[in-house]
Design a protein. Structure first.
Length: 185
């Protein structure tokens, strides 16, 4: 009887080792599948209907015309287009030679959650159809003059609100460092 119990204990020990090996095998298999699923998503990222045009804007909030944008309150904005710079709809100055303003112009917007966002003002719905006029900014919304879609800038997402378009405005990279605000593609 004693020999049988010892043998049974050895069998349990061997079976326990097998379970450990199986557990490690399934863990490694799961990690491998997860990594493969991440790498298989390459090249499938969302592509906006708005054509990619160069964007290069540097705002120095120490300059007199931009000093009010140093600590902007919600819904304040700067627009840069082919005509120049506008602060809350008021013309400030012509653009610099090195400024690049994207496809439909650039808006830098102080949103309701205390941050800043930058978008290309081209309406994606109209850009997809080959007809594009820059959206007009008025307070919390950017409105396309052609199709009438409104994009909610105050939320920090520029989501379409009327249901005409199914794409948000094209978000641009915005970096705030000290007194400089840099916007790029």
């Amino acid at each position: 009887m004693l020999g049988f119990r010892k043998l049974k204990g050895e069998r349990l020990k061997v079976k326990g080792e097998r379970l450990k090996v199986k557990g490690i095998f399934f863990l490694l298999l799961s990690i491998t599948i997860f990594q493969f699923s991440l790498s298989s998503c390459e090249g499938t990222s969302f592509q906006s209907s708005v054509p990619r045009y160069p964007v290069h804007v540097i705002i120095d909030t120490d300059r007199a015309e931009f000093v009010t944008f140093k600590n902007p309150s919600a819904t304040e904005y700067i627009i840069l287009n082919r005509e120049g710079y506008f602060l809350n709809g008021r013309f400030l100055r012509t653009r610099d030679v090195m400024d690049a303003y994207g496809y439909g112009g650039v808006v830098i917007y102080a949103n309701m959650v205390g941050g800043m966002d930058a978008y290309d003002l081209a309406c994606p719905y109209c850009a997809k159809r080959g007809t594009c006029s820059p959206c007009e900014v008025d307070g919390m919304y950017a409105t396309c003059p052609l199709c009438g879609e409104e994009y909610d800038l105050a939320s920090g997402t520029a989501v379409p609100t009327k249901g005409i378009a199914n794409e948000y405005l094209l978000r641009l990279n915005l970096i705030r460092s000290g007194n400089k605000i840099t916007v790029s593609q």
